[in-house]
Design a protein around this ligand. Structure first.
Ligand code: ZN
Length: 84
């Protein structure tokens, strides 16, 4: 069983489809039982959608590498809010 912390560490792998079947299963089992991680996943998806929209308006070659790195770092720094 994944912990919440482990889940947040692999969430980008999940969203990008980089997980094995077994990993994905464990991820989903945790989500089924954990409300705050479900909320975190939803928040993450919305953030990524918003970022993609922004990025799609910029030609990729014009995006400085530091900017891409910063966006990635910002995504990774998101953490689920404590539910109760
Ligand atoms: Zn959790």
């Amino acid at each position: 069983m994944l912990t919440c912390k482990e889940l947040t560490e692999v969430i980008t792998d999940y969203l990008e489809g980089r997980m094995s079947f077994g990993q994905r299963l464990r991820f989903r089992m945790h989500l089924a039982l954990c409300r705050s991680c479900r909320r975190y996943l939803r928040q993450m998806r919305l953030t990524i959608q918003a970022l993609r929209r922004t990025l799609s308006e910029l030609p990729a070659e014009r995006m400085p590498a530091e900017m891409r790195d910063e966006l990635c770092a910002r995504l990774r720094s998101l953490r689920p809010r404590e539910s109760d």
